[in-house]
Design a binder for this molecule. Sequence first.
Ligand SMILES: C=C(CC[C@@H](C)[C@H]1CC[C@H]2C3=CC[C@H]4[C@H](C)[C@@H](O)CC[C@]4(C)[C@H]3CC[C@]12C)C(C)C
Ligand SMILES: C[S@@+](CC[C@H](N)C(=O)[O-])C[C@H]1O[C@@H](n2cnc3c(N)ncnc32)[C@H](O)[C@@H]1O
Length: 358
Amino acid sequence: MDPLTLFSTAALIFGGIYWFLFLLGSAEQKGKRAVYLSGGSISREKVQDKYRQYWSFFKKPKEIETTENVPHFVDTFYNLVTDIYEWGWGQSFHFSPSIPGKSHRDATRIHEQMAVDLIKVGPGSRILDAGCGVGGPMRAIAAHSGANVVGLTINEYQVNRAKMHNKNAKLDNLCDVVCGDFLKMPFDEESFDGAYSIEATCHAPKLEDVYSEIFRVLKPGAMYVSYEWVTTELYSSENSEHVDIIHGIERGDALPGLRSFKDISEIARKVGFEVVMEKDLAKPPAKPWWLRLKMGRIAYWRNHILVSVLAFLGIAPKGVVDVHEMLFKTADYLTRGGETGIFTPMHMILCRKPLNSS
Ligand SMILES: C=C(CC[C@@H](C)[C@H]1CC[C@H]2C3=CC[C@H]4[C@H](C)[C@@H](O)CC[C@]4(C)[C@H]3CC[C@]12C)C(C)C
Ligand SMILES: C[S@@+](CC[C@H](N)C(=O)[O-])C[C@H]1O[C@@H](n2cnc3c(N)ncnc32)[C@H](O)[C@@H]1O
């Protein structure tokens, strides 16, 4: 081979590898590249074991129902998925209705800003984000409202990611992040002017445990809004396809058991809240929230090849391939949940802590 052909071939091969790993790997502006995929706080050699351990929870459903085990199980899940979520979805770990003519990024922001508009807080207020992930919603909400936001997550790795993103976005003056359990919050009572949770309280084995903690830390008169994952009125436990879809969603999303939409306001009232409004934000005229998930299928195939190559080369921990495969299947269950209308990730409830509550 003459030197020119050799040089061109080598340039093509290296250029191709660079394009595959770096350019394709980062897809949109997400804050994570494929070559940096990790198992969160889990050391790389233990990722595969931890994935098996996560899966074994579902073989012993009684254990998932035991409240004390759930935060640990959820923490393991977020160690495993946080990097893949950030890489393939972005810094906001939730869905939002599609908006014709708007990007996913804009539709996500609009859905987040609606939450803080509903609880009517502004500059100088201190508000709680219960289950904050890596803080995508927190930053959008702080920037939009001027309020001080305190995020709470069970996962230490997410705390570090969120703090780093807050600093990079120059919002660390308004946003703080704390590692802790929303079933036993590390906050004083009546210390917040408002609170919200976006697709997070579905991880609580008993919703009353997290709602009563939120009630405790809110000042009288303060408001709380939550976007809940629930089964809708179309779900039937007699229908085996419905049951299969819901089980698929629970297993792929670390859920101790999805609740029915009917339970939400009943539980809010039981812990002392006044229910101001309740609405499934996925209902028409809203456009399908699952479109983004469904449209991404080709990208997920590409991602799967990429993750497998990286694991083969020893760049990504081996278990990342299993985790990615699990998410791949979960995307399908979620899409089917949306298309059949038996599941919604955005059953919104707006509550107020009564002024006379002591
Ligand atoms: C609220 C929760 C998480 C909701 C969503 C943010 C995530 C649910 C399913 C996730 C994904 C599925 C498929 C992945 C794909 C195979 C991969 O290549 C890139 C990332 C995915 C798109 C990933 C992204 C996040 C989700 C959409 C739960 C946990 C309560
Ligand atoms: C799907 S993510 C949503 C994150 C964020 N609300 C967003 O929309 O980007 C769910 C979040 O709830 C948190 N979470 C789940 N169970 C928790 C618990 N018991 N205590 C605190 N946080 C918890 C997880 O750590 C994760 O950050």
